[in-house]
Design a protein around this ligand. Sequence first.
Ligand SMILES: [Zn+2]
Length: 502
Amino acid sequence: MAKATTTIKQVLNYSPDHGVWFAANQALFNRVTAFYFEVIQAHEQVLDLSNKDALTTLEKLTHTTQSNPTPVMPLEEILEDIPAMFRRAAINAALGSARSFYSHLSKWRKRKEKAEAKGKTFHERPPVPPRSWNKSATIYAGMWKERTESSIVIKIWTGTCWSWIKVHITGRDLPTNAELGSPQLIRKGNQWWLHTPVEKRFKSPGKIEEQVTTNTHTQICAVDLNLNENTAVCTIQTVEGSILATKFIGGGRRISGFRKKQLGRIARNRHKTGMIAEGEQDNVALWNKIRRVDEQVAHLVSARIVQFAKQHSATILVFEHLGNLKPTKGNYSKRGNDKRAYWMKGRIFKYAKYKAYNVGILTSRVNPRNTSRECARCHNLVARYEEGKPAEGYTYGAPLVTCTHCGMKGNADRNASLVIGQRLLTRYQQSSQEKPQAPLFAERGEKSPGVVSSQDVKSKRGPSILPARHGDNNEHGTAQDGLLRMDEHPSDIPCQLRFSFE
Ligand SMILES: [Zn+2]
């Protein structure tokens, strides 16, 4: 079984008094956590133990019981009668921080030794333990009860006593088929939230190689990420190479226009003040604005990719490796824009991988070399050109491709997406001994290459093996007409991302 974790975030509705209590509860949680961090610092050897044994040891060092009447560092000095589950949540929080701190410290020591062994002076400052604590309180089982869709009863420190209170919840419902973790009380601005980690278990997907070589029903979703209008172009292919569906996810021009405007403003501010750094006060708001929109787009695009893959029962998602950011020419805002667009591609991959895994889809990457220059049908080099220009040469970023060898014509990004998918299939199918010359392309439909079929022709064609989705404006090329329908043009496709610039 595989498992996936997500966090369900819910807003709490409470009286102002309760807001004060939540704050008091959090302050106490941090005092107890800080206390245990100190205990660990005084007994570093507990870090060699498992979390479970470390917890027992730390309790012996601090918790007064009949059999342990005089602990070394009594917790009672902070507050008497702290509930066991509150204490344990704080101990685990302290252990997490301590493990992280000591691992940074030991890495720093190693770097220092290495530098000194080479006779270099070492300027890097050592990591310091946290000076202040701002952890959110985790509510372990025993500290909460009677959880329903709309409320929960929790035990918290009010500042003067421990009290059970009922709090109302709004927001996303909890999934029914999942395992709930311990919720956390989180403060965002003036609002308190309840975050609940949720663990879902599902049947582990088979290894990619196994899926691709042993199951002819396997479908893959290949994704080409771009800096132009088509932020992502996804194609669904069978392992035998038939193309089942294509989706263009647009919005690239809008996002880059937005960035350009903000970067232009930053450049003008810089000109006025002579400063450029991201941290400079003047530009902080502008940088944040760009960052927020980039993040939002990365989440939206990755969600759309995974949704499309899932709709078409793809079980593998394929991207190309990002490669290095090529320095581009142009003014400050052009360069900055390209850089951010490149980072966004990385984030789209990261989020898509995570979201895909949550629905049982595995993600892989292939060599990016010439994915845009290769013909998806015959693998010769294509000509890439602007609309209305002669079909020759290679114009970087141009929307159309044509292959002089086999006559394939079509959208350049869609062609690249197909090549990306084929690379994954080739990787595994060539290594499998049984079919050394596995036909990657089972061409279907018309025989004459290069015939562009229109939307009408397509709908008159025989039954598709997929449920008809022609009514859906967001979908294109859903029929199994393979490479012959390379005539789609992104501007026809009304799939725009809705994101807000506020
Ligand atoms: Zn060709």
